[in-house]
Design a protein around this ligand. Structure first.
Ligand SMILES: Nc1ncnc2c1ncn2[C@@H]1O[C@H](COP(=O)(O)OP(=O)(O)OP(=O)(O)O)[C@@H](O)[C@H]1O
Ligand SMILES: Nc1ccn([C@@H]2O[C@H](COP(=O)(O)O)[C@@H](O)[C@H]2O)c(=O)n1
Ligand SMILES: [Mg+2]
Length: 243
């Protein structure tokens, strides 16, 4: 199994430019369609506190989100879970989403952001953990356009490929993408399309990089002080937010 991961690393660079070119094309199309905000902007009575939770497949995002919810009272919105719910409900996009998930591809941003938006609008909470999003520059821009907000902070769970592969292959939750073939594709997509988003937030000074190797509790001890330091920011009442 690990040999396959090593050979994957060498094939990443050749496929990376193809993936990046496809993504750049989709981003251009998106930008050309979005001079005006799409589908309206969310407005809140209180200013929301938004955390994006990023990291490769199996890096432990969902596991740490559960701990953050328990400790700090956030609402957890996993983009992957919302997409899986669409598949299970046989919605009009279900078949397209299933195909993308099996291929380890990224679902068009408009579909994913609409699902996130609906959850945010119907929530009484204003503290959101948005897990597994944005995965691409297109995702990031679509969120800014359709929600009219940016994250307050971004967590990045940094995990070696070998560890991510082992965790995913022993996850045992019946996910259609928890197999070595899809995992190889997801790792390529992560490197080509998601790392640029992580760099974007690093350059903006919003990124908190966490070493995702260790026990769940050890990792959470790196996460806890990040939120402790933000507590004052999410208790303030703001005007209805319109950007
Ligand atoms: N620190 C850890 N050490 C060992 N195993 C872990 C750790 N954190 C999470 N796991 C396990 O690894 C698997 C993947 O974790 P999790 O589902 O939280 O990752 P994820 O980043 O949300 O993955 P995905 O992007 O595929 O949804 C799960 O079976 C989980 O129980
Ligand atoms: N922003 C996103 C998030 C996820 N997907 C698709 O879902 C798969 C599983 O996502 P997890 O976050 O649960 O790992 C992912 O591989 C993508 O196919 C997406 O398209 N866009
Ligand atoms: Mg997850």
């Amino acid at each position: 199994m690990w040999r396959r991961v090593i050979s994957l690393s060498s094939s990443i660079s050749s496929s990376k430019s193809t993936l990046s070119n496809q993504a750049a094309y989709r981003l251009k199309v998106w930008e050309s369609l979005t001079t005006e905000p799409k589908g309206g902007i969310v407005s809140w009575d209180k200013t929301p506190f938004i955390t994006f939770v990023l990291g490769g497949p199996g890096s432990g995002k969902g596991t740490q989100c559960e701990k953050i919810v328990e400790t700090f009272g956030f609402t957890h919105l996993s983009a992957g879970d919302l997409l899986r719910r669409e598949i299970a409900s046989n919605s009009k996009d279900g078949t397209m989403i299933l195909k993308a998930v099996i291929e380890g591809k990224i679902v068009p941003s408009e579909v994913t952001v609409k699902l996130i938006k609906k959850e945010m609008e119907s929530s009484d909470n204003v503290k959101f953990l948005i897990d597994g999003f944005p995965r691409t520059e297109e995702n990031r821009i679509a969120f800014e356009q359709m929600i009219g907000a940016e994250p307050n902070i971004v967590l990045y769970f940094d995990c070696p490929e070998k560890e991510m592969v082992e965790r995913v292959l022993s996850r045992n939750q019946g996910r259609v993408d928890d197999n070595i073939n899809t995992m190889e594709k997801r790792l390529k997509v992560f490197e080509a399309l998601s790392l640029p988003v992580i760099n974007y937030y690093s350059n903006k000074g919003k990124l908190h990089k966490i070493d995702a190797v260790g026990t769940v509790d050890e990792i959470f001890e790196q996460v806890r002080p990040i939120f402790d330091a933000c507590k004052d920011n999410w208790s303030t009442t703001g005007d209805k937010m319109r950007i």
